[in-house]
Ligand binder design. Structure first.
Ligand SMILES: Cc1cc2nc3c(=O)[nH]c(=O)nc-3n(C[C@H](O)[C@H](O)[C@H](O)COP(=O)(O)OP(=O)(O)OC[C@H]3O[C@@H](n4cnc5c(N)ncnc54)[C@H](O)[C@@H]3O)c2cc1C
Length: 405
């Protein structure tokens, strides 16, 4: 039977096969048993002795993309999530900002990850019939002369001409009172709550999602697989966000979680921003004609998910500095979360040094929206045995002096 026909018969998610950048080698490596018999034992859920390819722990943006990619490759996937408790994805503004930081530099791996990310969100919009990604203008304001000089040097750099350009004072929204800055091209924001809800419904339709707290002591290691509750898995992949610091199997990794708070304001100033995200460190994002999001704080003590009065005051001050004379309006939402940041600002992807059937897909810091589509595709290909893991993200870059068990 031709490959296309057997894929169709297998009930695989056709759309994601063709919209995710799955390599030909991976396509050929799809489990032939599933192609022939989609209702093989591992295709049924929750039945004693059934064997499922992978259990994904955590349905934030990382776990959702990874589970979706694996399902698209014909894998049987279960997902367990503790009802999004402490979810950073549900707090995030979902901003994709190609040019960041004091150095006015390209975001790490931008050239590799950007196009696949945009394509992945667009493909998902097609598949689920809903909008998630919102392209937006991004104006970065100069903080000082040094900042301006750095930007001007970048305008001359061919590596940057696609990503930024100068803005005349006249081109700035009037509400910025002729402050100076430049435009960053290719910015967008992802509606993370809407995205997670759609993923959730998709996984529920496949009867693949369980709402439960995964307890690491409930894992049973048997020969060739790992059992959890009533099912055996070939792989268990942890996508727990900042909660991984409580996971005895991976807490040895040098995470550097950072708390952040964010406000939503209902204000007439939203319309005055002319759809532009304004950034000067703190940022202000109009999400519709009467609402802006303002973010985000960074703090490390205490590291909890509770919004604070201090955070709110700081964000309102930042908003007034960004847009002098802005109308505050009403605070309609105030959220806090913890970014799963890492000491070297690189994701943590890979396998446990002693139990290679246990994996981790985490450490996306403040860039989950940009990085997870590309790296979920990459890690799915790694799990399929088609490519080797990018050494820059591989957790084997760290020694494990206290040999975790
Ligand atoms: C204030 C703020 C603003 C941000 N703004 C942006 C932004 O503009 N752009 C951007 O790209 N990123 C932003 N981020 C970062 C972004 O939130 C993260 O990069 C991303 O959401 C991390 O996703 P994740 O799936 O790894 O973790 P999470 O979203 O935290 O998901 C982890 C999931 O695992 C589940 N879980 C954990 N432990 C268990 C367990 N034992 N059993 C069962 N389930 C479990 C949780 O319930 C949760 O649903 C921001 C973060 C904050 C805090």
């Amino acid at each position: 039977m031709p490959l296309n026909a057997s894929l169709r018969n297998s009930g695989l998610d056709f759309h994601s096969l063709y919209t995710s950048p799955i390599s030909v080698k991976c396509l050929l490596a799809l489990d032939s048993e599933k192609l022939i018999n989609p209702m093989s034992a591992s295709n049924t859920r929750g039945i004693t002795q059934s064997r499922v390819d992978v259990l994904v722990v955590g349905q934030g943006i990382a776990g959702s993309w990874l589970a979706y990619q694996l399902m698209g490759r014909g894998w049987n996937v279960h997902i367990v999530d503790a009802a999004h408790q402490g979810s950073s994805s549900l707090v995030a503004a979902g901003i994709i900002n190609p040019i960041t930081g004091k150095r006015i530099a390209k975001s790490w791996q931008l050239d590799a990850v950007y196009k696949p990310a945009i394509a992945a969100y667009q493909a998902l919009e097609q598949a689920f019939g809903q909008r998630y990604i919102h392209p937006c203008k991004l104006i970065r304001l100069y903080k000082n002369d040094e900042d301006k000089k750095r930007a001007e040097a970048r305008f001359e750099d061919v590596d940057y001409t696609h990503w930024m350009h100068p803005l005349s004072k006249e081109a700035m929204p009037a509400v910025l009172k002729k402050r100076e800055g430049f435009a960053i091209d290719g910015a967008a924001w992802v509606d993370m709550p809407a995205l997670l809800e759609s993923f959730k419904k998709h996984f529920q339709r496949q009867d693949a999602l369980r709402t439960d707290t995964f307890n690491h002591t409930d894992l049973n290691f048997t020969e060739g697989s790992i059992a959890w509750q009533d099912t055996c898995y070939k792989w268990v992949i942890f996508c727990e966000g900042h909660a991984t610091v409580h996971n005895p199997l991976f807490s040895w990794l040098p995470f550097k979680p950072a708390k952040g708070e964010i406000l939503s304001l209902q204000t007439p100033t939203a319309a005055d921003l002319e759809g532009a995200l304004i950034n000067a460190g703190p940022w202000c994002l109009p999400i519709n004609k009467d609402t802006v999001k303002v973010g985000a704080t960074y703090s490390w003590d205490p590291l909890d998910c509770l919004p604070t009065e201090l955070g709110k005051t700081k964000l309102l001050e930042d908003y007034n500095k960004l847009i002098p004379g802005a109308v505050t309006g009403t605070v309609v939402e105030h959220k806090a979360g913890i970014r799963p940041s890492t000491r070297d600002a690189r994701p943590f992807i890979g396998f446990h040094p002693k139990h290679p059937a246990l994996g981790i897909f985490n450490g996306f810091g403040s860039k989950g929206a940009l990085l997870t589509p590309y790296y979920s595709t990459h890690f799915a290909d790694v799990l399929m045995g088609c490519v080797s893991l990018d050494p820059e993200v591989n957790i084997n870059r760290y020694d494990t002096p206290h040999a975790p068990c």
